[in-house]
Write a protein that binds this ligand. Structure first.
Ligand code: NAD
Length: 456
């Protein structure tokens, strides 16, 4: 069925479109532009599957770290795959693209403070490829991008080389859908969408990723592929916003939201995600804005969901005020700074916003995170959870890293000014914390319900 749908799309069916004249593109040399969470695992995986890979990053420190045998991001298995690729000579790194058979662009696509897309990294990457672009090459944009970026932004830049997309070189968009923490596995196992500016480009993309992808490879046109990625993350953002709004509602009515969601999800056609302290990361908290920017008059739901999730840190701080009282001068041990559990990525993390909000209320935060990098934040950065808890009026659980989930309440009770714990994740066991002598609050749990308005 899907195949029939896709083949009915002119850009995919390729009916009447010229195929690239030099068939059998050889992808023995691949240049991956941008060596971050996506680019480095991709480069390592291509290298492990027989390609000669040149990884390119404009950040000299990234290139230097890799050349010295280090890895600048935490991802299970990444260090060993990169080390093996360097040792065998199948991976080298550089600060500028070199001639290759295929180019993959995996650079950041953040948003400006006004929530519009910052495509400056994508344009810079395309411009850096242009001087080394040759007939027969394939260029794939992997960065999450607003609809039509491949066609309207990347294509004209590359065509300034004098080569024509679809005639002289292939051009495609292929979104990355891996889960941090499982990237190397999911790169291989996940279904991959490849959208070509024409059918030949989509097919060239299939041949490239076919070197390692074991999941289904779905061919479509470039703008559909861009839209699919944004649609997936927007779906999750709207779903989480619903969960967060349900948390606010259920607290008002004395219902345990975790129990209510678990029961609702027993319905065969309902799947509500978890509420929490907010939505962070480089994807879900950013991508929906690309759709809002492209058509604000058509996207009130998407915008509202973003606003609900963005206001969740304020909700957490108000919740804390309800259980602790006036926060001015109170010491709060903040447990977890990254945007989610068991990753070292702090981009758009709601925890950072919460620390700033605490500071603005006059509270004294002491933050602990075993994975987050060094960063400038109000208050202290503690090296251990105990150090964060020293003299604290409350423990605030924001990120469920394995180490934080497993904390024993007995480790803290004597160190704190007041034995009070606030769990925003439904991660700690109430009975265990209460048995240890803590006053325990769990956001969304009716036991922790306080009087008054819950809306931030
Ligand atoms: N991280 C994820 O889990 C994830 C998942 C799906 C999609 N994506 C998307 O993939 C893209 C890349 O994300 P990431 O998390 O790997 O970003 P990242 O910030 O971890 O890495 C990007 C790298 O690109 C480098 N860079 C920037 N401009 C460059 C240029 N002109 N030439 C060469 N290198 C350049 C940076 O120095 C950096 O090392 C983004 O569009 C993101 O939305 C990310």
């Amino acid at each position: 069925m899907l195949r029939r749908v896709l083949e009915s799309i002119p850009a995919v069916s390729g009916k009447g479109k010229p195929r690239y004249s030099g068939e059998n593109v050889n992808f023995s040399k691949i240049c991956v532009v941008g060596l971050g969470y996506i680019g480095l695992p991709t480069a390592g995986t291509f290298a492990a599957n027989g390609a000669k890979v040149v990884g390119v990053d404009v950040n000299p420190r990234v290139v230097e770290t890799l050349q010295n045998g280090g890895v600048h991001i935490q991802e299970p298995g990444l260090r060993s795959i990169v080390a093996a690729a360097f040792q065998s000579g199948s991976l080298t790194v550089a600060t500028k693209p070199v001639e290759a058979d295929a180019f993959i662009i995996a650079v950041p696509t953040p948003i400006h403070p006004d929530k519009t897309a910052d495509l400056s990294f994508v344009t810079a990457a395309a411009e850096s490829i242009r001087p080394v672009l040759r007939k027969g090459n394939l260029v794939v944009l992997e960065s999450t991008s607003p609809p039509r970026t491949t066609q309207d932004i990347v294509r004209p830049i590359l065509e300034q080389s004098g080569l024509a997309a679809g005639k002289d070189f292939h051009l495609a968009y292929s979104p990355e859908r891996v889960l941090p923490g499982r990237i190397l596995r999911e790169l291989i196992e996940n279904a991959r969408v490849i959208g070509g500016i024409d059918r030949a480009s989509a097919e060239a993309g299939r041949d490239l990723y076919g070197m390692f992808v074991r999941g289904e490879i779905i061919l479509t046109d470039a703008t559909t592929a861009e839209t699919v990625k944004l649609m997936e993350n927007t779906y999750r953002d709207v779903n989480i916003a619903l969960a967060n709004e349900m948390l606010r509602l259920t607290e008002r009515y004395g219902v345990n939201v975790w129990e209510a969601i678990a029961i609702a999800n027993r319905h065969p056609r309902v799947e509500i995600l978890n509420p929490g302290p907010g939505v962070g990361g480089h994807c879900i908290s950013v991508d929906p804005w690309f759709l809002v920017e492209s058509a604000p008059e058509l996207t009130p739901l998407i915008r509202t969901a973003r606003e609900v999730n963005d206001s969740q840190p304020e909700y957490v701080v108000r919740y804390l005020e309800r259980v602790v009282g006036n926060l001015s001068g109170r010491r709060i041990a903040v447990l977890g700074l990254t945007y989610k559990a068991d990753v070292d990525d702090i981009r758009e993390s709601p925890s950072l916003e919460i620390v700033h909000l605490l500071d603005r209320r006059g509270a004294i935060p002491a933050s602990f995170d075993p994975l987050a990098p060094a960063l400038t934040l109000p208050g202290r950065r503690a090296q251990t959870p105990e150090e964060a808890a020293d003299g604290a009026d409350a423990l605030l659980l924001l990120v469920g890293h394995k180490e934080i989930r497993a904390l024993e309440p007995g480790r803290f009770i004597r160190r704190m000014a007041a034995p009070l714990a606030v769990d925003c994740l439904h991660a700690w066991d109430r009975a265990q914390w209460e048995a240890a002598g803590f006053t325990f609050f769990q956001m969304g749990d009716r036991h922790g319900r306080m009087q008054g308005s819950d809306a931030p």
